[in-house]
Write a protein that binds this ligand. Structure first.
Ligand SMILES: [Cu+2]
Length: 212
């Protein structure tokens, strides 16, 4: 199990809150693999079983005809209830991380930064009214709330090291937050992750976490 996981998730960022998110990612990964093998396995079986080699098997399905006599309530039940249980389970284990991420802190020492996205740069405006372009400065060990606005098309804000990502559609105000205490002081990459035009790939910024 961990070999599979290690090869598919070779890099876990330092601020990624592994104990909160990693079990969920692992579960999604394992179940995706199992469902993928079942679906692809059945598909390839059907390819070979029903390949037209000049002789059509007697029980081959006919195009446009639903073979009602081959129906099976048991199979219907299994592929209805099975996925239902699986999706319910995956939803259930996602609730705690989502609750954590969606619960935007509102403490006295929380700072709020206005983030404006436009083709093709980021503007960060701080509580004292100053702003910086393509550089987001935050103090160490602080909860930082980001309030997003897009001036033209949709963009998406992504701090890779933290796994924090938020879409910014025009005319819709969105929010995200992070705890800078999860990161060592230093510089971290911020990327636009929603294709937003010609220079989308250059729509980068730097998160700068100050020394304490
Ligand atoms: Cu963009």
């Amino acid at each position: 199990m961990s070999v599979l996981k290690d090869s598919l998730i070779p890099y876990i960022p330092q601020g990624w809150q592994t104990d909160l998110f990693e079990p969920v990612v692992t579960q999604f990964l394992i179940w995706s693999a199992i469902v993928g093998v079942l679906v692809l396995g059945w598909m390839f079986y059907a390819f070979f079983r029903y390949t037209d080699d000049g002789e059509i098997p007697e029980d081959a399905p006919q195009a446009g005809v639903f073979p009602a006599e081959r129906g099976s309530n048991r199979v219907e039940l299994i592929w209805t209830v099975g996925p239902l249980i699986l999706v319910t389970w995956l939803t259930y284990i996602s609730l705690a991380p989502l609750d954590y991420y969606w619960d935007i802190p509102d403490d006295d020492d929380t700072i709020v930064v206005q983030v404006t996205a436009q083709q093709w740069f980021w503007t960060f405006t701080y509580e004292d009214g100053t702003s910086t372009i393509n550089e987001l400065y935050v103090p160490a060990n602080t909860e930082v709330v980001l309030e997003f606005k897009a001036l033209d098309v949709i963009h998406s804000f992504y701090i890779i090291e933290l796994g924090v990502k938020e879409d910014i559609p025009p005319n819709v105000d969105t929010e995200a937050w992070f705890d800078s205490g999860l990161l060592e002081p230093g510089n971290y990459l911020i990327q636009c992750t929603e294709y937003c035009g010609e220079d989308h790939s250059n729509m980068l910024a730097t998160l700068i976490v100050a020394e304490e």
